[in-house]
Write a protein that binds this ligand. Sequence first.
Ligand SMILES: C[S@@+](CC[C@H](N)C(=O)[O-])C[C@H]1O[C@@H](n2cnc3c(N)ncnc32)[C@H](O)[C@@H]1O
Length: 254
Amino acid sequence: MAWDPEQYALFDVWRRRPAHDLVAALPSIEPKTVVDLGCGGGQLARLLAERWPDADVLGVDNSPAMLTWAEGTASRVRWMQADLRDWRPHWPVDLLISNAALHWLDDHQRLFPELLQTLAPGGVLAVQMPRNFEAPSHRLLYETAGEGPWAAKLKEALRTKPVHAPRDYYDWLSPRAARVDIWETEYLQVLNGDVPVLQWTRGTTLVPVMETLQGEELDAFLAAYRAKLEAAYPQRPDGNTLFPFKRLFIVARV
Ligand SMILES: C[S@@+](CC[C@H](N)C(=O)[O-])C[C@H]1O[C@@H](n2cnc3c(N)ncnc32)[C@H](O)[C@@H]1O
């Protein structure tokens, strides 16, 4: 997919925070091998390389644009281009971590147990994914996609339920893990700018739409979606826009 690292980085502070919350919840470990799945521009992988200076840290992503961004930063992290739909580490990993990436993959019932299997004894799988797909930002996107002349084209491009209920992840992981810790957090994100929720989704959820539609058709789609967002997320008297955002956290240790 055509990720735009600059657009994604517009809300860097808010996007980075759940990654820090995930790291803060890790059990006490001294990993020798760390893999960041869907590393994007590499902020989390760089943080982990600084935290564990002796660990081998690998960031994996399939977006050339994101990896070019990552490679342009100073760090000792190794970067690899691979598709996580079929790539798995072929060595035992002490910490397998993923921030805001695995919701782009299907079949979590198969994926999550497979990821556990790649861990070394005592290893940790730590994952954060958005679980905000019923919020107006996403509901209105699917509604706009279904209403216009673009409906047939977008039907395949948008995945409306990529993340399951927390109990499903518990059921898939707990038979194979010594400990599973799952929780959700809703961040009350305070954004500023012109219809900032549209700017936010342009960096992530809208990427498949912007890849599928072009020119006037894309402009018409964005105008229709923007009008809905303006009504759903009005500016507060202080000029800010509140964008509540729910995220799911999973930390499993084998
Ligand atoms: C929302 S970004 C998150 C990036 C980074 N983890 C962060 O927290 O800033 C999602 C990332 O997942 C990557 N991604 C999505 N599907 C992928 C796949 N099938 N294989 C590898 N990477 C994938 C995208 O290229 C993108 O960089």
